[in-house]
Structure formats: C-alpha cells, structure tokens
Design a protein around this ligand. Sequence first.
Ligand code: UT7
Length: 337
Amino acid sequence: MTIQQSTDLTHAAMLGLGVHRPARVVTNDEVCEVLDSSDEWIQTRSGIKTRRFAGEDETLIGMSISAAEKALRAAGVGAEQIGCVIVATSTHPEHTPASAPQVASALGITAAAFDISAGCAGFCHALNLAASMVRAGAESHVLVIGVEQLSRFMDPTDRGTAFIFADGAGAVVVGPSEAAGIGPTAWGSDGSQAHVITQTPSCIGGHAGREGADHPVVQMEGTAVFRWAPFAMAKVAHEALDLAGVSVDELDAFIPHQANLRITQTLAKNIQLPDSVAIATDVVDSGNTSAASVPLAMEAMLRKGEAAAGDTALLIAFGAGLSYAGQVVTVPPLAQE
Ligand code: UT7
C-alpha cells in the first residue's frame, strides 16, 4: 500500500502584514507611579519611552483577530483560503483550549488552528512552520499570529520586568510565491538556561508575585539574557544569512526581537551590519511585546518609510526557553488603513 502525499515543492512568502496596537499608551512616568525606578533609568538602560497596555475591552483573542483581519486584507486572501492558523503566545490566560481555534472561528475559519509557545521567539518559530507547510504543499495559505498581553502577567512593582513588557499583536499570511520570500530558519534552544525567564504558578503570591494575582507573573534574570543574546544571536544571524545565501551588504533591514535597544545596537554591531541597513527600533515606542515584537517592528518600519514591501530583511528572535530563531525574509505589504 502507498500512502499518498504531495510532492509539489513551491516557494513561500509573507503575502500581507497586519497589526493591532492597543489604544492605551503608557509612559515611563506612569509605570513609575508604582515602580521604584525613573524615566531616565528606563530610557538609558532599555531605550523604552512608552509602551501600550490592552484596555478592558482588548483581549488576547480580540487583538489577534484585529491583526489577522488586516493581514488577510493586505494579502488579498480570503479567510476560506486559510488552511492553518498558528498563534504564537505565552500569555493566553488558559492552558486549554488554545487561543487559535477561537481566533479562527471569529474569522470564519474552521481549518487546523493551534498555539505554540517559544517565548519571544514564537513568531519566528511559527513563520518557519508556516513556510515549511506551504513549501511542502501541505497547505496553500497559513495565518501566523504573534500576540501577547503581558500587562496581565506582570508584577507592576518588579524592577526586573515591569518597565519592559507590553501588549500587542502582529499577523502575516504565508502563501505560495514565485520567488522564495522566507529563507531557511536558523533556530535552536538552550534548556540549561530555562530558569532565566520563567512564568510559573509558584510565582503567584510568592516573593516576586503579586498578592492575589490571578495568573503567574513573568520573572527574568535580565542581565543573564543581556550577556547571552548580543553574542549568541550574532552567530545565529550569520547562520540564517548563510542558509539563505544572502550577505549583510544585500540586506535592506534588520528586524530583531525588540527586547532592549541596547541589545539591538550591540547585536547589530556584532553582526557587522553596514550603515545602509535600516534597524528596527520599535521597542522605544512599544516596549517588549515578546512574540508580537517582530511583526510589530516590521509594521513600524513600513509605516515610517524605513523599509518597503519587497525589501530583504533579517529577522532574529530570542527569549524564554531559552529559544531562538532567525530567517532572511522579503518584507510583506501592509494593510492600508
Ligand atoms: O524579551 C525576552 C528577553 N529579555 C530581554 O532581552 C531582557 C534583557 N535584559 C535587559 O534588558 C536588561 O538586563 C535590563 C534592562 C532588564 C536591566 O538592565 P541592566 O543594565 O542589566 O541592569 P542591572 O539589572 O544590572 O541593574 C543595574 C543597576 C543596579 O544597581 P547597582 O547595583 O548598580 O547600584 C540595580 O539595582 O540598576 C538597578 N536597577 C534599577 N534601577 C532603577 C535594576 N532595575 C532597576 C529599575 N529601576 N527598574
């Protein structure tokens, strides 16, 4: 007996991008109303000036739907064409069910839908899964969403996290294309550093937990990440470039996970990016939105004219796990408002 399978190999690309930025802008001064810190310290150490927190009427699923609708519009793809929905998140408030089927259902999609958890690297992991599915002919169009509502999972008095993390969503439609628009992914993990970024039930009401918190809060050994990321990720960046057969001089944009402006700057230096490469700095306005940060940063660059659809960009994301993933991509078009 022969099991039938697709033998059609095709190119995959991001066909459209959409985002949801919560309406509420939160300044450093507002964060410091309960946090023992200052606007000056936060800007100097992280580059962050503002971030956005979801309001009462903005849920993780609602933000995902909003971003996805724009991505579908930008791609010119109908919901009925989507064969799989992947949501990358660490802040869906329920273990079960996953958020993706509810997002899919609201969009009128009954295709396969599931969540993945790879911390701040979630979007770049999901992009690899989606591109692999499309390339292999398993599905023609896959919706990828990176979304977080970290404001719900933070201790606002924790000096290591309260000023960094934020909320938002970004989505792309991955589908077939004439030329490759998503290069092979350089990815990996280092579970020996699992303790560096955690979100465990034992935090509830614990020494760094919020008394009466209904969800576990994020805890981070920021300095450990800071020592690791700019150096380890430079190697991953070069691996992704080599896999794609693209040199640093051929890049138009560098869109890393928006963890901290200093990490981005040190990483860019370590990769030896030429001055001609535009560098995403959305962390300044949006804070660290974990799995949503790469698509949000891509949208900010397109909106500000720092990058254009069709440009060649290097994506790199890293975080809890520790886990990381990076790929060279063609920047997709943005939905017109
Ligand atoms: O997205 C997932 C991955 N996460 C990241 O990429 C985050 C990476 N890490 C970071 O962004 C940085 O480590 C932080 C921004 C979190 C912290 O910056 P840092 O330069 O590593 O600061 P530090 O923790 O080494 O603290 C430096 C000083 C200390 O004071 P002394 O010992 O030098 O007197 C801290 O007590 O700053 C003090 N400090 C603060 N002061 C004001 C620590 N946190 C704060 C604070 N406000 N929030």
